[in-house]
Design a protein around this ligand. Sequence first.
Ligand code: FES
Ligand code: CO
Length: 325
Amino acid sequence: MNTLDPVLAGDWIVACRASDVQDRPIPVTMLGQRLVLFRTEGGIHCFADLCVHRGAALSLGCVREGRLVCPYHEWEYETDGACAKIPQLSEGQAIPLKAKVSAYACQERYGLVWVNLSGSDAPLLAYPEYEDSAYRNVIWGPQEVLANPPRIAENFLDVGHLAFIHQGYLGVPEHAVVGDYRMIEDADGIRSEEIAVYQPDPDGSGQAKYVYYTYEIVRPLTVRFTKRDRETGYLMTILLTIRPVAEGMSVAYGILSFNYDTGTTDEEIIAFQDMIFAQDKPIVENQKPENLPLDLQAELSLRCDRVSIAYRQYLRKMGVTLGTA
Ligand code: FES
Ligand code: CO
């Protein structure tokens, strides 16, 4: 994997849950880079996890009066990365100008923390459900996966496996045929038409019925679907977003959004999603080639694979090299 994929380095990548960053700095690895995240009154900040003095991990330090303090000799860094205090200097000795760590663009949104390594002006993706009071949102993850992100995202966009890998939950083998659908690409992005999926109990009432899935390709490492019940108007959306850690290693996060009362706790919703993901994980971790083939002739596709074909075409158009072949 080209861990410094320039396309992805210029995008906002999920670092962790916002709730993971409290009063202590935490380490996060992204695109092969070791980062430290910490919170001050001004929000969450992201540095390279490397003190310029002797290379200590700043994530082992602490936050003191709005500064990140290195654990080793307690140099103190301001939130822009500049060193503001070196305890070993005698009075009158200036702090060297080079005493500065790399600071990266970082923002907290949708219950997650996002980092842009190249500092590009790319906008953060939109996830309107999170800011819509009609929805209840549950953060899911982190889930470590021994695979590169494109295989994980494509699995999430794959409608044909629901009847088998998730049988009894998201489908049944007797209803494996996927109805025809087209992909739509316009100013709102790339998405499928609604796809009918027969589910044994989509809303917990015990009644089997068809529900309708719309899959959307949001960003190279972020995809979503909305499941709609045409009888009740119930909508459930899952946004899946993936952090590339290093070659063959990723961490997935999700936002699960419901416009109806599920009758279940957050913990129960997370446990269900963990169970579903545990069914996908061995498949994704063992697919060959590990890197998603962007040449459409490289694997055999069916009409029902149009969402994943569109995802491959999108990655190719964007020029993503990480986890692709
Ligand atoms: Fe960080 Fe010395 S290594 S202060
Ligand atoms: Co699955």
